[in-house]
Design a protein around this ligand. Structure first.
Ligand code: FAD
Length: 334
């Protein structure tokens, strides 16, 4: 009898040392499971393709933070009136502002407010080292940095030295999950986050690259030698056989009869899915508390309980072990 490919669920915090474009490529390739195509020079082309194809959520996987001075006040006022949902803005001193956003958020804000000196400055700054994000906006990009605002990019190490509240709101963390499809359905309900996940439309598990196998996540509900596990295994084997029959079926010209998106309609919740979640520490606090509580789904708790411990260890000042409370000293909400 054919063996089932079963893996345990896991979660892992993505290191911070990837550059903007490398990070976008590394996380973006999870959708296609094409990480094998990463080379030392591949990130620019990947970012250009993603921007050109409007696969915009990939551009949410890298954020930048900027400091602006008092001269920016009228421009900041204009931004705040628009209630930007995907920017984090704080007044950090008299007439001093912090603004954090993803490449996508800054690109789109620049499109909507092309005359706003703050977005001109940010677009100009990102474009200097990453022009592939702005090729379609070349005509409206400023040729030099706007003279009417002072600004600078804030490195992550500096954010980590700031107050607990500022760090919580501006410091973003990405986690890679390998979980079943039921767990990913629940994780993606957390709206203020950015997500990328393995696509069952693009990944054709019948192809050689996937070893002609579907991978399943070990269910935590059944002991391995139990009748429950035997029944689960039987169901997965049968499903895998039907899926592979569908993707390998040929028409009279020897061409594939069905796409992966057609065949995936038979795939079950136990299917292995890789997913990146990228969010500020405030949102992680919310997620970890909600998803480690006794009321949470047990397969969710299986990955979130150890992850919460990891967050407690890495950011001891953020009280990840305690229930969420409103941050103190907070001036301007996003
Ligand atoms: C035990 C349990 C059972 C569940 N059962 C079901 C179910 O049967 N069916 C189902 O559909 N879902 C269910 N859910 C999902 C649940 O309702 C939430 O959608 C999900 O957990 C996302 O969390 P969230 O809404 O707190 O916040 P997030 O989306 O993570 O939002 C974070 C914060 O942003 C703010 N926010 C975001 N969006 C809005 C908004 N539109 N309006 C106001 N504030 C907003 C809130 O302050 C919120 O705390 C369940 C969740 C749990 C933990």
């Amino acid at each position: 009898m054919r063996n089932l490919l079963v893996v345990p669920p896991s979660s892992e915090i993505l290191p911070d040392d990837l550059g903007l474009a490398q990070r976008i490529e590394y996380t973006g390739r999870i959708c296609y499971k094409s990480e094998d195509k990463i080379t030392p020079d591949s990130s620019a082309g990947f970012c250009r393709d993603m921007t050109g194809h409007k696969h915009n959520s990939v551009l949410e996987m890298a954020v930048r933070s900027y400091w602006f001075n008092i001269n920016s006040y009228p421009y900041m006022n204009e931004i705040l009136k628009s209630i930007p949902k995907y920017l984090i803005i704080d007044e950090v001193g008299i007439g001093e502002w912090f603004i954090t956003g993803s490449v996508r958020a800054f690109r789109e804000m620049f499109m909507w407010f092309p005359d706003n000196a703050i977005f001109q400055a940010i677009a100009f700054d990102i474009n200097k080292s990453h022009p592939y994000f702005f090729e379609d906006l070349k005509k409206i990009l400023p040729e030099s940095a706007p003279a009417n605002v002072s600004y600078r990019q804030i490195p992550l190490e500096e954010i980590d030295q700031m107050s607990t509240t500022i760090q919580a709101r501006h410091r973003h963390v990405a986690v890679k999950f390998i979980v079943n499809r039921a767990v990913t359905h629940e994780i993606v309900r957390h709206r203020p986050c950015a997500f990328l996940q393995e696509s069952q439309r693009y990944c054709r598990y019948g192809s050689g690259k996937f070893g002609d196998r579907v991978t399943f996540i070990k269910p935590m509900f059944f002991k391995e030698d139990s009748e429950g596990y035997r029944l689960w295994e039987q169901a997965m084997l049968e499903t895998e056989r039907i899926y592979l029959d569908l993707v390998n079926m040929k028409d009279e010209n020897g061409k594939n009869l069905y796409t992966a998106q057609a065949a995936r309609t038979v795939l079950p919740n136990s299917c292995k899915t890789e997913l990146f979640l990228y969010a500020p520490l405030t949102e992680w606090h919310h997620i970890l508390h909600m998803r480690t509580s006794k009321a949470a789904e047990p397969s969710m708790r299986e990955v979130m309980v150890p992850l919460q411990q990891e967050f407690i260890t890495r950011w001891p000042n953020q009280n990840f072990g305690e229930p969420l409370r409103m941050p103190e000293g907070h001036v301007v909400q996003r």
